[in-house]
Ligand binder design. Sequence first.
Ligand code: PAF
Length: 283
Amino acid sequence: MALDVIFEISELRRIVSGWKSDGMKVAFVPTMGALHEGHLSLVTLAKTENARVVVSVFVNPLQFGPSEDFARYPRTLKEDIEKLKTVDADVVFAPSATEMYPTGFQTTIHNNGLATVLCGKVRPTHFDGMLTVVAKLLNVVNPNYALFGKKDYQQWRIVERMVRDLGMLVEIRGCEIIREADGLAMSSRNRFLPPEDRAQAHLIYEGLTATKSAWIEGERSSEALRAIFSVIVSRSPKMIIQYSEIVDCFSLLPAAEKVGNVSLVMIVAVLFGDVRLIDNLEF
Ligand code: PAF
């Protein structure tokens, strides 16, 4: 099937309700564009389940803080469309800002728990902006399920929470992180790394895997575990750890000093100059 590029909500609704009345499942992959293998893997996954797949491409102004990289965030719709054709996506929904936020728009979604920790501490308005656009997109696309990459682990958990809290009729799936050959998690922001920084960015994943190995070997002190990550990452003089936390994978609260038998994830944010990278590893 040919890939349709849709700019208007009314047109998208017409297509999706047609699919649904033909008995098809609809999967949704929300993105801000600048697509990479991580995004494409989500489409491929949904296609293997025989779903019709809608991919949104919208750089959402609401989720960027005043000093963040909204203006320079890559906008590559033409290339994104070509990439989506290779994985057989069905529709690209690329609305304008006014289509998403019509004049007088004044309703937002606020999370008061999961969004206040980790990235929420350093990006205090980010998750509310993200939830607002995701809620709107879920309303207009009306999919059976939506796929989120686990690279944005906190985002995935917060969206799951919203869907449960508001009784939204959609299944939220978290999908595995896709990594470059050296272990760096794929991200639209990796393209901002100068070559010398890109060559060192593998240390983030190396730090995460070394920490996990220590945990498997029995280390249970979160301080000692975080120190292992820090030692590895500081091999690059330019990398600054913004935070590194070992947290309960549902509450996202720090695991106690001697962690018990809960499922954990180590979540980190690292700064390379003005490029901010996040990553995580489930224990
Ligand atoms: O993960 C992203 O790319 C964005 O936060 C999302 C989910 C598309 C909302 O703008």
